[in-house]
Write a protein that binds this ligand. Structure first.
Ligand code: FNR
Length: 185
């Protein structure tokens, strides 16, 4: 049975290190698993309940459909000021108002990356807290926090080239695949 995962990227930056990791995921996935990246979180307007009353933005509706039809959702995000970037929180705020709420019951895996030493660990734990309220089923381990990410990528449009990091993330994807299969059964 083939499985499909989608990736939500928490950075809008063209040369984003987290985007480099998101781009590498398909090549690190186990056999039978495909992975694609969701649309840009920059397409979401700032959350406003008055705007919601006029109708959900197309970016939110389209993303909700893609998440609903995926077997799993993978967050790849930087840490901003010890938490999740505003663009990511904003998108989650929009998605959380939809009914049915697309992340409820969805298997989720998280990758954070930073040039700093602890790889966005604090953002990762804030994201895990948000996902409790959204009722996601989050993979606990392995925790993937890619520290000192500048030394693990190469090129102006960065590519994830560090072998140990690639192996570690491949291991997470294998664990996530098992987790998804178990939640489906
Ligand atoms: C950062 N950065 C950062 N890094 C970190 O490890 N912990 C933090 O709290 C913060 N805070 C923070 C706030 C803001 C507003 C910015 C712009 C940056 C640095 C951040 O990890 C770095 O810019 C990464 O390169 C961002 O990820 P992408 O865009 O390369 O994926």
């Amino acid at each position: 049975q083939t499985l499909h995962f989608v990736t939500m990227l928490g950075s809008l930056r063209k040369a984003s290190f987290n985007a480099a990791i998101a781009r590498a995921l398909p090549s690190l996935a186990p056999e039978g698993v495909t992975i694609s990246t969701l649309g840009s979180l920059g397409d979401f307007p700032l959350y406003d309940a008055d705007l919601q009353a006029e109708g959900f933005p197309p970016a939110a509706l389209a993303m909700a459909e893609q998440i609903k039809s995926a077997n799993g959702l993978i967050f790849v995000t930087p840490e901003y000021n010890y938490s999740v970037p505003g663009v990511l929180k904003n998108a989650l705020d929009w998605l959380s108002r939809l009914s049915p709420q697309p992340i409820a019951g969805k298997p989720v895996a998280i990758v954070t990356a930073s040039p700093g030493a602890i790889g966005g660990a604090r953002a990762q734990y804030h994201l895990r807290q948000i996902l409790v309220f959204l009722d996601a089923h989050v993979l606990n381990k392995p925790e993937v926090m890619v520290g000192q990410v500048t030394g693990k990528v190469t090129g102006a449009v960065p590519e994830l080239t560090d072998a140990a990091t690639r192996d570690f993330i491949a291991g997470q994807l294998t664990a996530f695949t098992t987790f998804v299969q178990q939640s489906a059964s």
